[in-house]
Design a protein around this ligand. Structure first.
Ligand code: AMP
Length: 190
């Protein structure tokens, strides 16, 4: 099963991706998690990444595109994947569409998590009490949401047009269990 998840930060993509990954035994490819893992190293690259991420800005495409390409071609992804947090802009989206076509990778479903700004801000603030993320604070959230609405959200219509009935919009303001069951029901017909 090959899935792509769209949606603003705090819309619950990560939570649902983990649930789906466990249930279907396929990897959850969160570009945010992959990048945060790289921050643990004590080198200049980690310092550069840390500055970008803690400011809520996007890491350059020249860094993220090859990371995603390598992962998607790895043995881990031979039975499928859940892509969460990528693509985030037009360049990444063109790169991904081209990459999928060249490698004969057919996406089963794209899930777009629809949630209003008030809900996602509230959730990110709640998450900041549990996880210690440098970018989960009110000023940086503003930048991240701005980036999402200007650069990422417009991609949804491109994917909707291209993938047609494989594009599924979910009301992400619902309870976790309800979102999960809506997705599972949709996947039965994927
Ligand atoms: P996330 O956990 O998906 O909210 O990502 C956290 C941060 O990692 C983002 O605010 C960006 O700085 C960086 N990041 C994650 N995915 C991407 C991507 N596809 N392109 C560029 N930067 C990314």
């Amino acid at each position: 099963m090959k899935l792509i998840l769209f949606g603003p930060p705090g819309s619950g993509k990560g939570t649902q991706a983990s649930l789906l990954a466990k249930k279907n035994n396929i990897p959850h490819l969160s570009t945010g998690d992959i990048l945060r893992f790289k921050l643990q190293k004590d080198d200049n690259f980690a310092k550069e990444l840390s500055q970008i991420i803690s400011g809520g800005n996007l890491v350059p495409d020249s860094i993220i595109n090859p990371i995603v390409a390598d992962k998607l071609l790895s043995n881990d992804c031979k039975n499928g994947f859940i892509l969460d947090g990528y693509p985030r802009n037009k360049f990444q989206s063109n790169f991904l569409i081209d990459f999928l076509e060249k490698n004969n990778l057919e996406i089963d479903l794209i899930i777009d998590f629809i949630a209003d700004t008030t809900t996602v801000k509230k959730r990110i603030i709640e998450r900041s009490k549990i996880e210690n993320r440098s970018d989960d604070n009110i000023e940086v959230i503003k930048t991240r949401l701005d980036k999402y609405f200007t650069e990422t959200q417009p991609l949804a219509s491109i994917f909707k047009e291209k993938f047609k009935d494989k594009f599924f919009e979910i009301n992400a303001t619902q309870e976790i269990a309800k979102i999960q069951s809506d997705i599972e029901n949709r996947l039965k017909n994927a």
